[in-house]
Design a protein around this ligand. Structure first.
Ligand code: GLC
Ligand code: CA
Length: 605
């Protein structure tokens, strides 16, 4: 099914796959809507909110993992891919979700977590039962190393994502198994063809046969590891465990594996795919995954922008590293334009379940007014990005990070807990202080507090008397969907408005080129989007939009709009602004007040 791309006057530009101009929305199901008062979000709760998503303009709902799991990493540790974790509901509830979405012309993708399983998965239980079990080789087992004193050491010195080593000793069979994440998340061995086939059949076709439309594919570039299992160079002398992404990321057979997954499963079902591609910061590494010709993935998430502020490397992830606006602009421009002249495709997003809230990281939450302005400017930024756009639950109402007054006991994520514990164990008070500071900005927990539906107790997420699994944010009476729904000046109303404009002028916003105009300005951010059509502008030139956003509290002029758009002043139009209508024509354009953003065009809105 293609989506016809034409300009305003109906001139045909091309046919593109439907998912390129679709709006995706990520639901973190534990925190979206609780229907039965147990404090844990669930599928019936999600189903009750589909109308809300439809009203926002969502085309595709991405549901983070809902499968059977001991929940050591919030379901990214699956113990049975064909069962639903009971607090979420049942397989029949998934059927109902599919039906309700499909009825409205919406689609659903599930989170596919197949770099690793839970230790509780039957495959791993078999694999660890004996060295000659047929599934032994479905996971990655290696013998110990011993030093001169006879002390046992893991096969390599690699550091895992959640701090600590990537290997855990198994007493029964006297070998170590590999886990890039928690010890409860053993890595599957993709080198084994039977294991790969079991993944395709058991975790993918099962759900596609039930009508799921595709997958967000977890840690997609970690399936192929280097198989010589050697030590990484020591770059962190304070730790026995060394960062080693070159050993297990984008490994030698990765493109073969992904291509096979596409050929055997994704393509036959016409399933849409978006892979999580961390640690891959160069376009020439990304393009092979998403070039149409390569037939691997439709899209990937590249992490340069969303990781801004994270400390360098692995151990320092939560030592906050401030960045200027110019860095955000340059990285955005890089990941907007990398597809130009190729058959690859981009994604745009500024939030997900693994990062702090965008308005707290890129905006200004110091007063309610600045919060509201900056959240709208972030909306404008996202709405004008080339590529497929992904929103994260709560972004559309400007949900903020957890209050800074909350202590470590409110942080439930395994990664936050482990990094904090590591800092404490180091005995270095300064490191503990810095880690806490970093967690307050960057922790994954911020995105996981319950969705704020209303000013009722528990923010309308759960029943009044319920204890929600994560504490409800203190600010829910001021920041909630019910309050914003009927307020035309709210962040939510602004999101709805710009999402419509993005679709109406998709040639410019979704499919256009991106040119950054002011790389060194640390307050204002200006870029031009140009549609692929040959005309459509008021003067017959290609349709263009100038996006100009004030990412500061200073009042700032907008510069020469007409020259930036390459047209006469009389042909400039204001398409939309975060502060509502501004004069639509004229020689001089009013200055931008704090955190104001506007889009000017060379065509009639
Ligand atoms: C991905 C997920 C993250 C999870 C990890 C391990 O990065 O987004 O939440 O912890 O994979 O599965
Ligand atoms: Ca529930």
């Amino acid at each position: 099914m293609g989506s016809l791309i034409s300009d305003d006057e109906g001139r045909y530009i091309g046919t593109e796959p439907w998912w390129k101009d679709a709006l995706f929305y990520q639901v973190y199901p534990a925190s979206f809507k609780d229907s039965n008062g147990d404090g844990w979000g669930d599928l019936p709760g999600l189903i009750s909110k589909i109308d809300y998503l439809e009203e926002l303009g969502v085309d595709v709902v991405w549901v983070s993992p809902i499968f059977e799991s001991p929940q050591k990493d919030m379901g990214y540790d699956v113990s049975d891919y064909q069962k639903i974790y009971a607090p979420y509901g049942t397989v029949q509830d998934v059927d109902a979700l599919l039906e309700e979405c499909h009825k409205r012309g919406m689609k659903v993708i599930l989170d596919l977590v197949v770099n690793h399983t839970s230790v509780e998965h039957e495959w791993f239980k078999e694999s660890r039962s004996s060295k000659d079990n047929p599934k032994r080789d479905w996971y990655i087992w290696r013998p110990a190393r011993y030093d001169d004193n006879g002390a046992r050491h893991p096969p390599t010195n690699w550091r895992g994502y959640f701090a600590g080593p990537t290997w855990t000793w198994d007493e029964q069979t006297q070998e170590y198994y590999l886990h890039l994440y928690a010890p409860d998340q053993p890595d599957l061995n993709w080198e084994n063809a039977k294991c790969r086939e079991a993944i395709y059949e058991n975790t993918m076709r099962f759900w596609l046969d039930r009508g799921v439309d595709g997958f967000r594919i977890d840690t997609v570039n970690k399936y192929s590891k280097r198989t010589d299992f050697v030590d990484a160079p020591v770059t962190d002398p304070t730790s026995p465990h060394q960062p080693a992404p070159e050993m297990w990321c984008n490994g030698p057979r990765i493109h073969e594996f992904i291509h096979e997954m596409n050929r055997k499963v994704l393509a036959p079902y016409n399933a849409v795919s978006v892979g999580e591609l961390s640690l891959t910061p160069e376009p020439n590494q990304v393009i092979p995954y998403v070039s149409a010709q390569a037939q691997e993935l439709d899209m990937v998430f590249e992490f340069s922008v969303i990781r801004l502020g994270n400390g360098n490397g692995f151990g320092a992830k939560y030592i906050y590293d401030p960045f200027p606006l110019s860095t955000l602009k340059r990285l955005t421009a890089k990941w907007q334009s990398f597809i130009e002249g190729t058959d690859a495709w981009a994604t745009a997003f500024c939030e997900n379940h693994d990062n702090g809230r965008a308005v707290s990281r890129f905006g200004d939450t110091s007063t309610p007014d600045l919060w509201s302005r900056s959240a709208k400017t972030i909306a404008l930024w996202q709405a004008t990005m080339t590529g497929t756009l992904f929103l994260y639950q709560g972004q559309e109402i400007g949900m903020t990070n957890m209050p800074p007054s909350w202590g470590m006991e409110e942080y439930k994520d395994i990664e936050s807990a482990n990094f904090y514990a590591e800092a404490v164990e180091s005995g270095d008070g300064e490191r503990v202080r810095k880690t806490m500071h970093g967690l307050r900005i960057l922790a994954r927990d911020h995105a996981r507090v319950p969705f704020q539906w209303s000013d009722e107790p528990n923010a309308g997420f759960s029943d009044a008397g319920a204890t929600s699994w994560m504490r409800v944010h203190d600010d829910y009476a001021a920041i909630n969907a019910a309050r914003q729904r009927h307020d035309p000046d709210s962040i939510l109303s602004f999101y709805k408005r710009v999402m419509k404009l993005r679709k109406r002028y998709k040639d410019v916003f979704v499919f256009g080129s991106h040119k950054l105009l002011d790389p060194d300005d640390e307050e204002v951010w200006t870029y031009v989007k140009e549609g692929p059509g040959s005309g459509g502008g008021r003067d017959g030139t290609p349709r263009k939009a100038l996006v100009v956003m004030n990412f500061s509290r200073s009042e700032r002029g907008v510069g020469d709009v007409a020259t930036a758009l390459g047209c006469n002043e009389g042909d400039v139009r204001l398409l939309v602004g975060t502060n509502g209508p501004a004069p639509s024509q004229g020689r001089t354009w009013p200055a931008l007040v704090a955190w104001e953003g506007r889009v000017y065009t060379n065509f009639d809105p």
